[in-house]
Design a protein around this ligand. Structure first.
Ligand SMILES: *[C@@H]1O[C@H](CO)[C@@H](O)[C@H](O)[C@H]1NC(C)=O
Length: 221
């Protein structure tokens, strides 16, 4: 009788087939699903663990009007950012999403920054906005988008939005994270606490110390 461990046996052929199938790259991977419909954090917002008792959950837990109002763009960048992450809108807890309203004055810029925990989908609602991001190969991908048009910013990559029109511009950005986090490229180098060594920065940017001193003082360091 043929041994089941013979290399040409149906057992091995099946195993071979199975291993071949398993090597097909998995095309889609998703976040784990929550085990309940929702998990409204008990107050204070987003800080305490666990969920509010379902009997205490009300419709207002799923409602947020903070993005209805225009953001204040009266600052050196000409940008107003109004966030609805789990911090401002606790109802987002466990749902893997957040949204930001971006108001841009004429010439306004949302300076280069990245979100360590979320990809971003930018939709222009009003005006004309240049949206760009840089890959880990330092390739700059950028598009000018108008009302209703979308631009993707993949997770963790440095990106910006700039108003290219004559009037104000408005965009919304949605994230696949309830708390995507923000790392500002300029602030993470020039307004740290304590300040980063200026000789270190001068070497990194291939400039002399005075250029760095100027940058540090620009950002209040
Ligand atoms: C903008 O901000 C500056 C100071 O930060 C203030 O003096 C000025 O009145 C503000 N302008 C408007 C239109 O709010």
């Amino acid at each position: 009788m043929e041994s089941p461990l013979n290399a040409t046996s149906p057992f091995f052929l099946l195993l071979f087939l199975l291993l071949t199938l398993l090597q097909v790259p998995t095309p889609c991977i998703s976040d784990p699903n929550p085990l309940q419909d929702f998990c409204i954090p008990p107050s204070p917002a987003g800080k305490s663990p666990g969920c509010k008792d379902v009997s205490a959950v009300v419709s207002d837990d799923f409602f947020f009007d903070g993005l209805a109002k225009e953001g204040n763009t009266n600052n050196s960048f000409g940008v107003g950012l109004t966030q609805a992450s789990v911090v401002e809108f606790p109802g987002l807890n466990t749902l893997g999403m957040a949204i930001v309203r971006i108001d841009l004055a004429p010439g306004g810029l949302n300076p280069p920054h990245s979100h360590p925990r979320g990809s971003e989908l930018v939709m222009v609602v009003e005006g004309t906005v240049l949206v760009g991001f840089v890959s880990t190969d330092n390739v700059l991908y950028q598009k000018v988008a108008k009302r209703g048009e979308l631009v993707i910013v993949p997770k963790g990559l440095v990106h910006f939005q700039k108003n290219m029109g004559k009037g104000k511009a408005v965009a919304v950005a949605v994230f696949d994270s309830q708390f995507p986090g923000v790392v500002s490229s300029p602030l993470s180098l020039f307004r740290t606490e304590p300040a980063m060594d200026s000789q270190l920065l001068a070497k990194a940017f291939r400039v002399d110390g005075e250029v760095i001193s100027g940058l540090l003082s620009n950002f209040g360091n």
